[in-house]
Design a protein around this ligand. Structure first.
Ligand code: BJW
Length: 241
């Protein structure tokens, strides 16, 4: 392997599961308890904003619980970013802040952030750690009742697609961690880079798109992510640089 391949890492809910946060599509996942059509679409918010706010208020309270902390997989990625000599970008579909708390800095939240709120009137975003009510006013435009969670629902455009597209276009190694590969556009990243970049899947079990990866490792993220990061730093993972 040459010394400075550019890496893009994509993470999904599986990386936070061992920190106590549920995934979406596993048997004990969020979509087994609540219909996504009732809480994760703009139509659901228009129909019943109080219900949608309550769903995200409960999840916000959960990530702020002192029991919920970054795990060994989050820490290994932050360490890899610090020590990697080449380009590195971490793209997460997760709305929790566990990557930041682990120390990741070159990080983009393509599905938004639970600890931010967005005004539906002026579009301004602000940090949000308190429960949101239907009537919570925006600090910037000060119109009543304009705030919603700053997250990306089905049918909405994911965030940061330009820098993510640019990083994918120049990466030599693409690593997907803890994602089922069932939600686009993130699910399409592997096909986008395949052939140009080496592709690696680290997941509890083979994802929907596992056949598209050059290399797969299956097991709990807290075990396979630190092991893979150590192999990368030791120069033992080939890339397409
Ligand atoms: C472990 C583990 C452990 C467990 N260790 N692993 C038909 C075809 C193609 C596309 C579409 C279509 N119809 C509609 C669409 C578009 C739609 C879409 O993809 N729908 C699909 C259902 C088909 N997408 C959109 O609407 C997106 N916007 C869009 O496309 O805009 C237009 C556009 C066009 C062109 C370019 C760009 C854009 C928006 C999608 C928004 C998704 N929002 C959510 C909610 C966010 C807020 C919130 O958190 O509440 O995002 S849905 C939910 O799914 C959440 C997640 O980020 C996302 C992905 O889930 P993830 O992370 O993969 O979790 P799981 O549960 O699915 O998988 C976990 C994995 O971990 C599993 O594999 C486990 O095995 C594993 N695991 N424990 C390691 N310990």
């Amino acid at each position: 392997m040459t010394t400075r391949p550019a890496i893009v890492v994509l993470t999904g809910a599986g990386i936070s599961r061992e920190s106590g946060l549920a995934t979406f599509r596993d048997a004990d996942g969020i979509w087994a308890r609540v219909r996504l059509e009732d809480v994760a679409t703009p139509e659901a918010f228009a129909r019943d904003p109080a219900r949608v706010q309550a769903f995200y208020n409960a999840r916000r309270a959960q990530i702020m619980d002192p029991q919920v902390a970054p795990n060994a997989a989050h820490l290994a990625l932050a360490d890899l970013e610090r020590r990697w000599p080449g380009d590195f970008l971490l793209v997460t579909q997760n709305i929790d802040d566990l990557h930041e708390r682990a120390g990741s800095r070159r990080l983009l939240h393509m599905h938004g952030e639970l600890l931010r709120a967005r005004c539906t009137i002026c579009g301004a975003t602000q940090r949000c750690i308190a429960p949101l009510e239907v009537t919570t006013a925006c600090a910037d435009c000060c119109r009543a009742g304009g705030l919603r969670p700053d997250v990306v629902w089905f049918g909405e455009m994911p965030l940061h697609m330009e820098p993510i597209g640019a990083a994918l276009a120049r990466c030599d190694l693409f690593v997907a961690i803890g994602t089922s590969g069932s939600v686009y556009p993130a699910a399409g990243f592997v096909a986008e880079v395949r052939g140009r970049a080496r592709t690696v899947e680290l997941n509890l079990e083979p994802s929907d798109g596992a056949a598209l990866f050059d290399e797969t490792h299956h097991g709990p993220a807290t075990q396979i992510v630190p092991a893979f990061a150590a192999r990368l730093l030791a120069g033992l993972v080939p890339s397409n640089e």
